[in-house]
Write a protein that binds this ligand. Structure first.
Ligand SMILES: Nc1ncnc2c1ncn2[C@@H]1O[C@H](COP(=O)(O)OP(=O)(O)O)[C@@H](O)[C@H]1O
Ligand SMILES: [Mg+2]
Length: 371
C-alpha cells in the first residue's frame, strides 16, 4: 500500500492557509478544487476558492451563475462558509493600480492608453494576476478574518508552474530592459525629461508627441505600481514556500496525466517544495476480487463480463499509477462518479470521497481468470 494522502487531515490543519491544486488540463482539477473547498467549508472553515479557469462549469456546479472577479458566497454550505471567484485579469490589474498607484494618479493611469494596452496584453498576465489576486485575498484574509483558507485552482500544468515563478519573473521584468527603459528614474525617460536625448526625438517622431507624453505619465506612475506589485509578489512567494501552503497534484489514471504528475513533483522539489499528495481522479471502481465473488459472478455471464472488463481496466490503471508515481508521494483515489460534477451535491460527494480516502494497493489482489 502506498502512503494514503490524508485529505481530511490536510483540510483540518488550521496552519494550512493556502491549498494550491496543480495538474494537467481535463483531469478534473477544477472539480477537485471545488470539492476540497466544499469539504473544508463544511468541516467549519472559512474558505475562499479562486479559479483561474474561465470555464463556466464551476459556477454552475456551485450554483453561482454569474461567478465573477469578486468573492461571492456559495449558497447551501453548512458548517463554515465558502466564497468563490474567478480570476478577472483586467479587474485585478485595475485593483492593483488602485491600491499601489499614488491616489491622485489612479484615474490618469487607468485611462492611459499605454496602461490599457499593457493590461490587456501583458505577457503572462494570467500568472502575474493570479499572484496578485492571491496576494490581495491573503492580505484581506489577514486583515478582516473573513477567510482562514484559500483554495487556488491553477491554470493547466505547465502554466501553473509559471504561476509559481511569477514573483521571480516580475522581479526580472522590473529589473530588465523594458522597464528600465520606461522607468523615469533611470532609463531614457529621465533623459527625455531633461530634453537631452536623441532617443526622445526618435520616439516622438515614431509615436507622436501626445503618445510620448502618455508614455511619460504611464511610466512614472507605473514605476510605483510595479513597486507595489513586487511587494505583494514577495509576500506571495514567502507564503507559497512556507508550511502554510500545501500543493495538491491532480491527475487521472491516463499515462500522460500520470507522467505530468511526476513532472510536477520534480518541479515543486526544484523550488524547495514538497507536494502534499496526489489525487488520482476518475479511476475506475476497484472491483471485488475475492474468489467467492468471482465464482458467483461466473454463474451470470453478463455480470461476469462486466466484472472481467472492470477488473482488466482497474489492473491496467493500477499498474500505470504504481509505475508513474514516486513511492514517496501519498496517493488518494477518486472514482468516476455516476454523474458529471455539475451541482453542489456532486461536488460534495467528490469531497467525501476525497476525505474518506481510498489508497493505492500495490500487491496483486487476485488471480487472473481466463475467460
Ligand atoms: N470524479 C469524477 N467523476 C465524474 N466526472 C468528473 C469527475 N471529475 C471531473 N469530472 C468531469 O470531468 C470534466 C472536467 O472536469 P474539470 O474539473 O473541469 O477538469 P479540469 O479543471 O482539470 O479541466 C467535467 O465535465 C467534470 O464534471
Ligand atoms: Mg479546470
Amino acid at each position: 500500500m502506498r502512503r494514503l494522502f490524508e485529505v481530511g487531515e490536510l483540510l483540518g490543519d488550521r496552519d494550512v492557509r493556502v491549498v494550491v491544486t496543480c495538474g494537467t488540463g481535463g483531469v478534473g482539477k477544477t472539480s477537485v478544487s471545488a470539492a476540497l473547498a466544499v469539504a473544508a467549508a463544511e468541516s467549519g472553515r472559512k474558505v475562499v476558492l479562486v479559479t483561474v479557469d474561465p470555464a463556466k462549469r464551476l459556477a454552475t456546479a456551485l450554483g453561482l451563475e454569474g461567478l465573477g472577479g469578486e468573492p461571492q458566497p456559495v449558497p447551501g454550505i453548512t458548517g463554515g462558509s465558502l466564497d468563490a471567484l474567478m480570476l478577472d485579469m483586467t479587474a485585478t490589474f485595475d485593483d492593483a493600480v488602485r491600491s499601489h498607484a499614488p491616489k491622485n494618479r489612479v484615474d490618469e493611469v487607468l485611462r492611459n492608453p499605454f496602461y490599457k494596452a499593457l493590461s490587456t496584453s501583458f505577457s503572462g498576465t494570467q500568472d502575474y494576476m493570479a499572484t496578485e489576486k492571491l496576494g490581495q485575498l491573503y492580505e484581506q484574509a489577514q486583515a478582516t478574518g473573513r477567510w482562514d483558507l484559500i483554495v487556488v485552482d491553477t491554470p493547466p500544468s505547465r502554466s501553473a508552474l509559471d504561476f509559481l515563478d511569477a514573483p521571480a519573473r516580475l522581479d526580472r521584468l522590473a529589473e530588465g530592459p523594458v522597464l528600465q527603459l520606461l522607468a523615469p528614474s533611470s532609463g531614457p525617460l529621465k533623459l527625455i525629461s531633461a530634453g537631452l536625448s536623441q532617443v526622445t526625438w526618435v520616439i516622438s517622431k515614431v509615436i507622436g508627441s501626445k503618445a510620448l507624453s502618455d508614455l511619460q505619465v504611464f511610466a512614472s506612475a507605473f514605476e510605483t505600481v510595479m513597486g507595489g506589485f513586487r511587494r505583494r509578489a514577495a509576500v506571495v512567494r514567502t507564503l507559497l514556500s512556507s508550511p502554510a501552503a500545501a500543493f495538491v497534484i491532480v491527475a487521472s489514471p491516463r499515462k500522460a496525466a500520470l507522467d505530468e504528475a511526476r513532472f510536477f513533483v520534480g518541479q515543486l522539489r526544484d523550488r524547495g517544495t514538497t507536494a502534499r499528495g496526489v489525487v488520482v481522479n476518475r479511476v475506475s471502481p476497484a472491483v471485488p476480487l475475492a474468489p467467492e465473488a468471482e465464482e458467483s459472478l461466473l454463474l451470470e455471464p453478463e455480470a461476469y463480463a462486466w466484472w472481467r472488463a472492470s477488473w482488466v481496466t482497474w489492473r491496467a490503471q493500477r499498474a500505470r499509477m504504481v509505475k508513474a508515481l514516486p513511492t514517496s508521494l501519498p496517493v488518494t483515489l477518486a472514482q468516476t462518479l455516476e454523474r458529471e460534477v455539475t451541482d453542489l451535491d456532486v461536488v460534495r460527494e467528490l469531497g467525501s470521497l476525497l476525505v474518506d480516502g481510498a489508497g493505492l494497493a500495490e500487491e496483486d489482489e487476485g488471480p487472473v481468470v481466463d475467460v
